[in-house]
Design a protein around this ligand. Structure first.
Ligand code: NAI
Length: 495
């Protein structure tokens, strides 16, 4: 049996927040395993979660907790409850945003002893999903444009996409993966997902050792269910990544086995994907596996890969021996309690699974260095690819009238420099040509462009808006931009 004290324990400080519900039970279990495995970590407790909201801290964390987390650069976090109906934002989302953790990494691996459809079919799963964690619709920028129409802005940015792709490629290389895929919907969202995809291939050029390919997200969902063993690392925009990662959790036995890391340049957060499980809290029934797997990811992030390997093999051996908590579907008589499960893992430190694959890994060479706190906000801007100009403007207006009536209003005020190009409703053109089958709602997009393709000024566009304003409610407007000769806006369906 290998020496469990192998590898120098590195004195690394981490911030720990136990969390709510089952949080303290599973966190105590994991820290107990860490200590017995000789990880050498020092824990600094950070006060976060339900009780802190109730003390009146609207972010769900005390200023001291924030300081500890920023000093250590690592937050190991149990699940937390955000009070409902009090107008406060989710502590989990706040934590990810405050520290700009731009990549969400989730690892989904077949666990020996965990019965799933794919394990029964002999199809192994070892997929890492990297989900962009800040942008997309998760900016939460939403408006009611009319009483009938809600709009959510979806941001995909070049610097944000480059950050997440670079992390994904680096991680894939460290994992020893041969291939990496980008999931997207660029066939429909040509500018937003198109930019995400363009950045993926831009970064791919720096990693010729990795086979890079892309796949439309719906096709990806189908292929993950049928042949998950064809995928190693998949990187996706935020919302698609959210859905696809839960699909992958289902492949390996559910959320109880799903660890996650939120990676930033200064602070990274490690947590299980599941919640506080209030139904079983305080009953010594909770399964600490997902939090333990998140902790194992954290050890690897800290460069403690030998300790990570030691604990992971002990966990795999324990599961393989049929030592399971109740959520595995075991009968109440054969299920073990949280503390017994934890003791079993500790007693198996140094063992490797007999039937399943044991874990090997890189030697403990990397050491973790806490990055310096930035003095002020970083402004991420990429070099400009050419001159930019205004080609026109899209007006989003409220109207219950016909497209033809709307065209008349816009033409009445049109200056000589502009021409009316198209009117669309929910993205489908309804003027100058249309299908009578298009149902219209009370919000149209009216597009005007420069008459002779000469660049426009903001002043021309806004001046025109003031002429329209007395006749119609302008909900919002969007400049139509060209960048280095490239059109920076989509066409209406049918245009
Ligand atoms: P949940 O994940 O807490 O529970 C869903 C079901 O899974 C329950 O039956 C629960 O008993 C079971 N379960 C979850 N984790 C388990 C574990 N480790 N061992 C055994 N069984 C487990 O989801 P739910 O009920 O939707 O949310 C409860 C609370 O957790 C809410 O306040 C929610 O906001 C919060 N939450 C927090 C998260 C976080 O801190 N990252 C993530 C998701 C939810």
């Amino acid at each position: 049996m290998p020496d469990i004290n192998a590898g120098n324990p590195v004195k690394v400080e981490i911030a720990v927040a136990r969390g709510d519900g089952i949080g303290s039970e599973i966190m105590d279990a994991v820290l107990h395993i860490f200590d017995r495995a000789g990880t050498g970590l020092t824990y600094r407790m950070a006060d976060m979660g339900k009780a802190i909201f109730e003390q009146g801290f609207s972010t769900g964390m005390t200023p001291e907790a924030k300081e500890i987390i920023e000093e250590t650069g690592i937050l190991f976090k149990g699940p937390m409850e955000t009070p409902k109906g009090k107008g406060v934002k989710s502590i989990n989302v706040t934590a990810r945003k405050v520290w700009n953790t731009y990549a969400n990494k989730r690892v989904f691996k077949t666990l020996s002893g965990v019965d799933t459809l794919h394990s029964r079919a002999g199809i192994p799963v070892d997929i890492t999903i990297v989900r962009e964690n800040i942008e997309d619709t998760y900016g939460g920028i939403e408006h009611l444009l009319t009483h009938d129409v809600a709009l959510c802005r979806r941001f995909i940015t070049r610097p944000g996409s480059l950050q997440v792709h670079r992390y994904a490629f680096e991680m894939a290389r460290r994992k020893g993966a041969a291939k990496i895929s980008c999931g997207h919907k660029a066939n429909i969202m040509k500018l937003t997902d198109g930019l995400f995809l363009e950045c993926f291939y831009e970064v791919a050029r720096e990693y010729p050792d990795l086979q890079a390919s892309d796949i439309i997200v719906d096709d990806l969902a189908m292929k993950l269910v049928t042949r998950p063993d064809n995928f190693e690392v998949v990187v996706l925009p935020n919302l698609q990544g959210d859905i696809i990662s839960d699909l992958c959790a289902g492949l390996v036995g559910g959320l109880g086995f799903a660890p996650s890391a939120n990676i930033g340049d200064f602070v990274s957060i490690f947590e299980a994907v599941h919640g506080t499980a209030p139904d079983i809290a305080g009953k010594n029934m909770a399964n600490p596996t997902a939090l333990l797997l998140s902790g194992i990811m954290m050890l690897r992030h800290l460069g403690l890969s030998e300790k990570a390997m030691l604990i992971e093999n002990a966990l795999l051996y324990t599961l393989e021996q049929g030592v399971h908590t109740r959520d595995f579907g075991a009968s109440p008589a054969s299920a073990v309690a949280t503390d017994k499960f934890t003791e079993a893992i500790i007693s198996n430190l140094g063992r490797t699974p007999e039937n399943g694959k044991s874990v090997s890994g890189e030697p403990q060479t990397r050491s973790f260095r806490q990055p310096e706190k930035p003095a002020s906000n970083r402004i991420l801007v990429s070099p400009k690819g050419g001159a930019e100009s205004i080609a026109g403007v899209d007006f989003f207006v409220e109207s219950e009238g016909s497209p033809e009536g709307l065209a008349e209003i816009f033409q009445k005020h049109l200056p000589a420099t502009l021409r009316l190009v198209t009117i669309s409703n929910r993205g489908t053109q309804v003027w100058p040509t249309k299908s009578v089958f298009t149902d219209c709602i009370n919000q149209y997009r009216v597009r005007v462009e420069s008459r002779d393709l000469a660049p426009l000024t903001q002043h021309t566009c806004l001046n025109y808006a003031t002429k329209i304003a007395p006749d119609l409610k302008i909900c919002s407007l969007e400049m139509l931009m060209n960048y280095g000769g490239k059109q920076g806006y989509s066409l209406a369906q049918g245009q």
